[in-house]
Design a protein around this ligand. Structure first.
Ligand SMILES: Nc1ncnc2c1ncn2[C@@H]1O[C@H](COP(=O)(O)OP(=O)(O)OP(=O)(O)O)[C@@H](O)[C@H]1O
Length: 400
């Protein structure tokens, strides 16, 4: 049976004039839903209006569907065949005529597609819709490739629908209606586009983007990465970086907790690492850079974010509302492993960690971390931008 959270919308019944189906999702294996229908006749007039699907925007604008095969636990293709493809049929959309299907074959597929297809289309002022079956990384790739060249005066940003098929899915979980059981399909059918707020993280010369499970590294084009979710240094960046291996990825979002245990309770029995560096912020309306926490020279957690949730239930910034365009920083200094587990556990309890005395939480316009030779080992100088990891030089810096 359909529930308000599982309703995708009301669509014309194929081949029947004047008849309509209520289309909704039902839970399936691995969290991938099935598409179900029932006659829409049982709904009130008000409900019919609320859930009505408008086909016009889809018929007038070409859609590109991108299946990111390596995102999350590799279920994007299953999601397409089991959920999205049947829904596209209800929407009356046909492959080639209305949409083009793209499947990723490498880490650069999304970037290449953007550079060769989506960016020229956007630059020429042509509207386009991108349905992205991935985590935050797919969107990050599109964002960075779109911003890789100076904007043309005719630039028309694509409408992007991000269906959460990654691990954390921060953007989707921070923007979808609470309790949404449609995996973002209701937003696809009935959502309203909204500009995506983003930040730029600029790095000192010599900073390298780590790739291939940190075995390789490459320079950062223009020394800057754009992000829409998070820029962090300290424990968060280490957890994301350490757990970005094929072996860890198989565990889904549990990979972060597994890496946390290893980082917080080192094998030598000592305390977790205290991260050394100078951290400053530009407070809202202040203009000047000031110390994040005066007198604190060692840090454990320094994280700036534009979103409320980094995972479905990990509410890192409870004051952030969807697509609000306000950067907030969450931070604390060195604590014991058990205390870090307790404090961060509160983030899974609706974001109560920000009420803790040890935790700082405020809206800022900018964040800056300078290393000044204080950290010898490169692993303590890793910065996370929306899941990507950058290693900064020992005398380097990052500025958001
Ligand atoms: N076939 C492929 N081979 C290699 N890399 C791929 C392939 N398909 C996608 N990728 C890369 O895998 C990464 C997946 O990142 P994405 O953010 O989408 O998933 P995630 O990290 O599991 O989720 P989240 O960022 O939400 O936690 C992206 O960098 C993407 O470019």
């Amino acid at each position: 049976m359909a529930t308000p959270q599982s309703i995708i919308g009301i669509f014309p019944t194929p081949g029947e004039i004047g008849q309509f189906d209520l289309v909704y999702t039902e839970d399936g294996d691995n969290g991938i839903p099935h598409i179900k229908t029932q006659p829409a006749t049982s709904l009130t007039e008000e409900e019919q209006k609320k859930y009505a699907f408008n086909a016009l925007p889809f018929q007038n604008v070409h859609t590109h569907i991108i299946i990111s095969t390596a995102s999350g636990t590799g279920l994007a293709s299953t999601f397409f065949t089991q959920a999205l493809q049947p829904l596209l049929a209800h929407m009356g959309l046909e492959e080639t005529k209305n949409y083009t299907l793209h499947t990723t074959a490498s880490i650069s597929t999304v970037t290449d597609l953007t550079t060769t297809l989506f960016l020229p289309t956007a630059a020429s002022g042509t509207p386009q819709r991108l349905i992205l079956l991935s985590g935050d990384g797919g969107l990050l790739d599109i964002l960075n490739a779109l911003l890789s060249t100076p904007s043309s005066p005719t630039f028309k940003p694509p409408t992007i629908i991000l269906l959460p098929l990654g691990t954390g899915n921060a953007l989707a979980h921070s923007t979808l209606p609470a309790g949404d059981a449609t995996h973002g399909l209701s937003a696809l059918a009935r959502g309203t586009p909204h500009p995506l707020p983003f930040f730029v993280a600029r790095f000192s010369p010599g900073a390298r983007l780590l790739t291939n499970e940190a075995r390789d590294s490459e320079p950062i084009p223009g020394g800057a990465l754009y992000g829409a979710v998070v820029c962090s240094w300290g424990m968060h960046a280490c957890l994301v970086g350490d757990s970005d291996t094929a072996a860890y990825r198989a565990h889904g979002a549990a990979r972060f907790g597994m890496a946390a245990k290893e980082a917080l309770f080192p094998a030598d029995g000592g305390p977790p690492h205290a991260f050394k560096g100078l951290v400053s912020v530009r407070r809202e309306g202040a203009g000047e850079w000031e110390a994040l926490a005066p007198g604190r020279s060692e840090h454990m957690y320094v994280l700036a974010t534009l979103v409320s949730n980094l995972e479905k239930t990990f509410r890192i910034s409870p004051a952030s509302s969807p697509l609000e365009a306000r950067l907030r920083v969450v931070h604390f200094g060195p604590l014991g492993g058990d205390e870090v587990m307790r404090v961060m556990g509160l983030a899974y309890d609706g974001g109560k960690h920000v009420q803790e005395e040890a935790v700082g939480y405020e809206a800022v316009e900018g964040l800056r971390v300078e290393f000044k030779g204080l950290e010898e080992e490169g692993r303590w100088r890793r910065i996370c931008v929306d899941g990507k990891i950058v290693r900064v030089e020992s005398d380097g810096w990052v500025e958001v």
